[in-house]
Design a protein around this ligand. Structure first.
Ligand SMILES: [Zn+2]
Ligand SMILES: [Zn+2]
Length: 330
């Protein structure tokens, strides 16, 4: 049996304590309805950090993290050589009330890549045929990988933020997901205000065409029709809510958020301001974002790591030392 390099987590804990370790394990086999994929690029997401550090309860142990995976189909033979993308959502039952109304992201039976099943921090991975994506032309694999979670979640968060045509959008935190959502909003004619403390992120926001750039707690120069909180910082919720215009909407993009301090009804919620969460994505969201990327060449900022440096990539993400998305290249 052929062996491959993969990274496993079996004991959750802070990244500094080394919960992720490299192993040589057998190349997995594709079952019925599955594809065996040779990984060519695998992006590192903040959710991987939550899996590794235990903010998300273990669903499988050991598990190979990674859910933004680009690769080439190895089997079945009739699809060999095809380039595909593997993302976070990998199973829904298709029969529950949520699936029935097109909200498969809320399916209680849903399963996720790199959490319920082994993901992309490896040379090969297996994915269900019905949940892989066709990918747009014109992008290197390294730039396609971050589209598969950072891009899709940013896209869903933007839709959840209810941005009116020609409206103003505030973006709190400016990592991989935010810089892609910003480009979609800008292409759709929004004025985008980026609120983040990191100097490199502020610079990138300016280059992409943000109308203003400020610190996370600064007041944007105009009231916001919509805001997206990408930073996993609950203390920014009242800050963003207070910056909303009447009828404005705040979408919280993260899967994990620190506690939200008390909201004041008059300052934060009255005048029909809304706060909403974003939970995973539907396959339709994924297709829409990838279609958008085919029509508009998105600028995808990446920092490249070799697959054997996955632990360092994750530590750099934890320490906010990555510009754009970290991508592992086997
Ligand atoms: Zn369902
Ligand atoms: Zn992700």
């Amino acid at each position: 049996m052929a062996k491959m390099l993969a990274w496993e987590v079996d004991r959750r804990g802070p990244v500094a304590t080394g919960p992720l370790h490299a192993v040589h394990r057998e190349v997995p086999e594709a079952g019925p309805g599955e594809l065996l994929i040779r990984v060519t690029a695998s992006a590192v997401c903040r959710t991987d950090l939550h899996v590794v550090e235990g903010d998300l309860p273990p669903h499988k142990s050991p598990v190979v993290p990674g859910h933004e995976v680009v690769g080439e189909v190895v089997s079945p033979a009739q699809r060999a050589g095809e380039k595909v993308g593997v993302a976070w959502l990998r199973y829904t039952d298709g029969t529950c009330v949520y699936c029935g109304r097109g909200a498969e992201n809320l399916c209680p039976a849903s399963r996720y890549t790199g959490w319920d099943a082994d993901g992309g921090y490896a040379e090969y991975t297996v994915a269900p045929t019905d949940y892989v994506y066709r990918l747009p032309d014109g992008y290197p694999d390294e730039e396609l990988a971050p589209l598969l979670c950072a891009g899709i979640i940013g896209y869903r968060a933007l839709r959840r933020a209810n941005l009116p045509p020609g409206g103003s959008l505030g973006i709190y935190g400016f990592g991989a997901s935010a810089h892609l959502a910003a480009q979609v909003a800008l292409a759709e004619g929004a004025r985008v205000h980026v609120l983040t403390r990191a100097a490199a992120a502020q610079e990138l926001a300016r280059e992409l065409g943000a109308a203003s750039v400020g610190g996370a707690r600064d007041q944007p120069p105009e009231p916001l029709d919509s805001a997206i909180l990408f930073a996993p910082a609950g203390d920014l919720v009242p800050v963003a809510m207070a910056a909303l215009d009447r009828g404005g909407t705040l979408a919280i993009a993260g899967i994990h958020l620190s506690d939200i301090p008390p909201l004041n009804y008059q300052r934060h919620l009255f005048q029909e301001r809304e706060v909403r969460s974003v939970t995973a994505n539907t396959r339709q969201d994924g297709r829409e974002l990838l279609d958008f990327a085919a029509r508009h060449r998105l600028r995808v900022t990446t920092t490249r790591y070799r697959l054997d440096a996955a632990d360092r990539a994750l530590a750099d993400l934890a320490g906010d030392r990555v510009n754009g998305a970290a991508v592992l290249i086997p």
